[in-house]
Design a protein around this ligand. Structure first.
Ligand SMILES: *[C@@H]1O[C@H](CO)[C@@H](O)[C@H](O)[C@H]1NC(C)=O
Ligand SMILES: *[C@@H]1O[C@H](CO)[C@@H](O)[C@H](O)[C@H]1NC(C)=O
Ligand SMILES: *[C@@H]1O[C@H](CO)[C@@H](O)[C@H](O)[C@H]1NC(C)=O
Ligand SMILES: *[C@@H]1O[C@H](CO)[C@@H](O)[C@H](O)[C@H]1NC(C)=O
Length: 362
């Protein structure tokens, strides 16, 4: 296929315009409660440390009418609770760091500015999801979070990739739950923004291949991915009115790889560990269990060896790049949510970035 000269000319006109850095005047924007994503630079390139979200929206918002919940209220309540975690991660980074924390690591001098912009986008997601929940339903508010990066800029950056990759996969999965067509499209539109954030990190921070092959990975049970992010919530810190996150919640054990020399590439053996210790999968002796691997649109089940806690990542996956997910199930290919006993674990295959393990936070 060839691009027309006119198309290239019009792109050339647009690109310099969007490459302009945020002006310093964007620090002083007023944090307006009626700012709307798509119509306000607060959610684009506002450069202040202070949150772009007005205090009116920084809390649980009760239903203001009664009647049946909107068809996708539950989905957007779950997503809003997840977004509070993601937004808060970035806001904490914006509060904690300054540009020199990143240039000291040898990174580009616009790294902090990008993190601020991503914070702005995530604040916009908060407002979008709040508005997608009907007035008949409660809009969950923020809890307290413990991300564990402390003051380490590199630990934050690793967590940032983990969070963006997780959000890409749970948004893809949540579209399976959406009732309204417009909700499906909205989830896709938001997922693409998370992908842009991740692409930026893979290129500018990790200097690796930013692509993921022909398709990102579909994992069918999005609430299980959301549930994993409960690890970042300080226990008991959520507003009492918030619904259980996520609803419904299975509370499955998390999976980690016991990493000693494994590259977690297709064809390699990985040894699994379930966390926390007081929430272990209930295996019955004599029964068959499977490690179910997801990559792109493919699902491959491998017998799970209970004695060694080990499995081989399917050799047939193409993965030089992209996401592999794995859960442990008591049925081949985990045909139902209930058949999953632990996980999922997300592995990001990218040259130079070996495994993206869930950070220990408890
Ligand atoms: C940032 O880095 C670029 C490219 O190395 C350089 O041209 C620019 O002057 C730097 N900006 C600042 C504010 O240091
Ligand atoms: C957090 O960082 C401070 C300062 O670098 C350090 O003294 C402290 O031990 C760190 N705490 C943890 C839990 O890593
Ligand atoms: C979604 O779109 C399809 C195709 O236009 C239509 O048949 C269906 O009724 C729509 N669903 C809803 C819930 O509006
Ligand atoms: C990791 O592997 C190396 C080399 O194979 C071995 O010497 C070491 O004991 C292993 N460490 C653990 C904690 O298993």
């Amino acid at each position: 296929m060839r691009f027309s000269r006119n198309l290239l000319a019009s792109m050339a006109l647009i690109l310099p315009a969007i490459a302009l850095p945020a002006s310093s005047g964007q620090n002083k924007l007023q944090i307006a409660a009626d700012a709307v994503p798509g119509e306000s630079s607060l959610f684009v390139n506002y450069a202040g440390k202070k949150s772009p979200i007005a205090s009116k929206w920084m809390k649980t918002i009760s239903a203001t009418s009664s009647g049946p919940a909107g068809p996708d209220d539950l989905l957007f309540q779950n997503l809003l609770s997840a977004e509070w975690i993601i937004y808060s991660l970035y806001q904490e980074a914006v509060d904690t760091f300054s540009p020199s924390d990143f240039t000291k690591l040898g990174l580009r001098n616009d790294t902090y500015q990008r993190i601020v912009e991503i914070r702005d986008n995530e604040a916009g997601h908060i407002r979008i999801f709040q508005d997608q929940i009907s007035t008949n339903s409660i809009k969950p508010g923020p809890c307290q979070y413990e991300f564990g990066f402390n003051t380490s800029a590199s630990a934050f950056l690793a967590l940032q990739v983990y969070i963006e990759v997780s959000s890409m996969v749970f948004l893809t999965g949540l579209s399976l739950q959406a009732e309204a067509n417009i909700s499906k499209s909205a989830l896709m539109a938001i997922g693409q923004v998370e992908t842009r954030h991740n692409t930026w990190a893979l290129l500018d921070v990790y200097n690796t291949d930013p692509f993921s092959g022909p398709s990102d990975t579909i994992y069918p049970y999005a609430n299980q991915i959301l549930d994993m992010t409960n690890a970042f919530i300080v226990p008991g810190s959520c507003p009492a009115e918030n619904p259980i996150y996520p609803t419904p919640r299975q509370g499955l054990p998390r999976i980690d790889i016991i990493g000693n020399g494994t590259t977690a590439r297709p064809g390699s053996d990985i040894k699994l560990l379930f966390e926390p210790l007081d929430n272990q999968p209930k295996f019955e002796s004599g029964k068959d269990y499977y490690a179910v691997f997801y990559h792109g649109l493919n699902t491959v089940s491998v017998p799970y060896n209970l004695k060694h806690n080990s499995v081989k990542i399917p050799k047939q996956f193409d993965s030089e790049v992209g996401i592999i997910m794995v859960s442990i199930a008591d049925e081949r290919d985990a045909p139902t949510e209930e058949s999953v006993l632990a996980g999922p674990l997300i592995i990001l295959e990218q040259p130079g970035v070996l495994t993206l393990k869930e950070p220990y936070v408890d």
